[in-house]
Design a protein around this ligand. Sequence first.
Ligand code: DX5
Ligand code: ZN
Length: 215
Amino acid sequence: MKEIIISPSILSADFANLAKEVNAVKDAGAKWVHIDVMDGHFVPNITVGVPVVKSLRRTTELVLDTHLMIENPEKYIEPFAQAGSDILTFHYEACKDTGHAAEIISLIKSFGINAGISIKPATAPEAIFPLLNMVDMVLVMTVEPGFGGQEFMHDCAMKIPVIKENAPENLIIQVDGGINNLTAKICTSLGANSLVAGSYIFTQQDYKKAIQSLV
Ligand code: DX5
Ligand code: ZN
């Protein structure tokens, strides 16, 4: 069986102690850390930007999995890549069309890092079929992007097998939103191999136990 990649979302971490929190999830067994970038336009919330990615790069060797929930993603690929992101995921809905999305993927790859594309709950998986051979990861949102701590949308998880059937073997299928010990199992049994979890991990005393309960 292939390894399930857990990517703790720092959105639910203590921002005043971010380095400590990231080291704690590393000690708890995480190999990735998920950074939610929100611009107050693409989603109705504002979080962190380039300086936070840059600071985290100095403090950790974990894979920096940056999720851009922003308009005009093409403008910010270079700074987020230079800041040290290992994976840059942008939203299909933030693009004008498939061609625009393809250009953004190429731009991300020109910095020698991995590219991910994400779809919101209302977007059909078929919309990104033409891009599946270009990306390293697809991020299926199982909540409306914008906030942590929302309830898992079961219908969205049904996109996982549809993407898996049409994707190259090595594509990473990540889910994000409402992941806990129960919804994690639903997603992995449907074919997801990466899980983002924010509130589920960071509200528990024992991060190791929380992470282990997801796989
Ligand atoms: C939501 C973000 C998520 C968020 C998940 O827009 O993309 O990464 O942190 O939070 P939980 O795991 O609490 O649903
Ligand atoms: Zn996210």
